[in-house]
Ligand binder design. Structure first.
Ligand code: CAA
Length: 445
């Protein structure tokens, strides 16, 4: 069976940069360490006045197609995952295809287009759709273009404001891919939850503390479900574990609970027993609360062990390198985490071909999904072409007053008079005003 997976990847970051510790924290009356150490975020990306989910997605897709020498004839479907859509009928993929048709000589009229919604997990679901389409043999030798694009803005004053971000990830899904091959095995944890939602409103209604617990619960279910089909996992099985990363502090919690789960009944648990004891088992306790207290005590001790800290430093920490500087990109965030880890491996001159990643996606509302990916022998070339650092460095730093202005400009309920640009667009798609039916228009400059 020919493998299917990610052949190439490009990332477009929003072009403005807000320093959370220096600029945001003092205005909120917060200690900068709440952001840098607690949430694990230094800066976040924001869209300039001429950027939105379409321009960011189209710019990432354009760079991807140009770099890999693809034309519209090579693409059989375009799926966009977003939770920031501005149209309940016309999908963002049609706008993006329209943009790309301005710069390619041929069209995407033959390509199936759609839009996927399930909060942040929709990016991974679009990957799945592309995988299934190719596996079903309906692709006629073509690739799928999957684009995860979001402006993750919260209402001013919401606790989530600290975790905002904006950017897009474009991925080419093909047979015999250069970067990673996806496993057919998957695990799900899915339940009707009201942790984070946008009932026909731009900014989310969020129960932040509960959302953290729901993330962890669904993730545990997904891991158990994955193991039920793929067999038990072991911490040494995976080179990296990219998680959906709303903020790195969330992944710190998920990584610890995941590690506790996967070492149970392994030699690692036995080795650690001399130092911190074995994990509590429910049958040894008279009531649930005493058992949960014992588990919590064990987890705290596990976190302090050298063995766990070394594993975390190697397997999880490198997935967070980009996220710390861009914030939450919702649908794109787990795909940024994967790219971040592979980039780190290249910089460390590590050989990864044949190694596996455990990829852990999550969307509020709520669903977690876990699958594995096997790194392919073209990974170094593909990741070497990746110029995210340049784009991050080129961002324009904004003051708090400029942040307030840009938040208003992107607020659908505010008609901003002052829509001055902070940066000068070049060689990219930009928002170009409104059409006669209320559609958004775009041009390449
Ligand atoms: N030094 C070091 N650490 C500090 C600190 C300081 N001076 N001050 C605070 N901290 C730590 C806190 O102890 C806390 O860490 P722990 O959780 O490990 O204890 C961390 O910094 C954050 O502090 P608070 O909990 O006080 O922060 P908050 O209540 O203002 O907001 C939040 C946290 C609820 C997660 C909020 O950012 C939020 O609502 N975010 C949006 C929702 C979200 O991202 N949820 C994640 C799961 S849902 C999901 O993943 C989907 C998605 O993309 C949205």
């Amino acid at each position: 069976m020919v493998g299917v997976g990610i052949d190439a990847i490009e990332i477009h970051t929003g072009k403005l940069c807000l320093d959370l510790g220096e600029t945001f924290a003092p205005e909120m009356g917060d200690d900068p360490d709440k952001y840098r150490k607690g949430l694990g975020l230094y800066t976040s990306s924001f869209p300039d006045s001429y950027e939105d989910i379409v321009t960011m997605g189209a710019n990432a897709a354009h760079r991807l197609m140009k770099r890999t020498g693809r034309t519209p004839a090579d693409i059989g479907r375009i799926d966009v995952a977003t939770e920031s859509a501005f149209d309940n009928s016309k999908p963002v993929s049609t706008y993006i295809a329209g943009c790309l048709e301005q710069v390619f000589e041929t069209t995407f009229h033959h390509a199936n287009k759609g839009e996927r919604k399930f909060a942040c997990i929709a990016g991974t679901q679009s990957l799945d759709d592309a995988y299934n389409w190719i596996r079903a043999g309906r692709h006629r030798g073509r690739s799928a273009l999957v684009i995860a694009t979001d402006t993750a803005l919260y209402a001013r004053g919401d606790a989530g404001e600290a975790t905002q971000g904006a950017g897009a990830v474009a991925m080419l899904i093909s047979e015999d891919p250069s970067l990673v091959e996806l496993s057919p095995e998957q695990g799900y944890g899915s339940a009707d939850e009201t942790d984070f939602l946008k009932p026909n409103q731009q900014f989310p209604s969020v129960d932040g503390k509960r959302s953290v617990q729901v993330y962890l619960s669904r993730m545990r279910e997904a891991l158990q479900d994955y193991e039920s089909v793929a067999g038990d996992t072991h911490p040494d099985d995976f080179a990296f574990i990219p998680f959906h990363t709303p903020f790195p502090g969330m992944v710190r919690k998920a990584g610890l609970l995941g590690y506790r789960h996967v070492i149970r009944d392994t030699g690692v648990e036995e080795e650690l027993a001399a130092e911190i004891g074995r994990q509590p088992r429910p049958e040894a306790f008279d009531d649930d609360q005493t058992y949960l207290d014992a588990v919590s005590e064990y987890t705290d001790a596990l976190k302090e062990t050298t063995r766990y800290q070394e594993w975390y430093e190697q397997v999880i920490e490198p997935t967070l390198n980009i996220s710390r500087y861009v914030g939450n990109w919702y649908t794109g965030s787990v795909h940024v985490a994967r790219a971040s880890a592979l980039k780190h491996a290249l910089e460390q001159d590590r050989e990864l071909t044949g190694d596996r990643l455990l990829v852990a996606s999550y969307g509020s509302g709520a669903q977690a999904e876990i699958h594995t990916e096997t790194v392919q022998d073209g990974w170094k070339e593909e990741i070497a072409a990746f110029d995210i650092d340049e784009h991050l460095d080129a961002r324009h730093d904004i003051t708090f007053e400029e942040y307030e202005r840009i938040h208003d400009i992107h607020n659908h309920d505010i008609k901003s008079e002052d829509v001055e640009e902070f940066t000068t667009p070049s060689d990219e798609f930009v928002f170009d005003g409104w059409g006669r039916m209320g559609e958004r228009k775009y041009k390449f400059v």
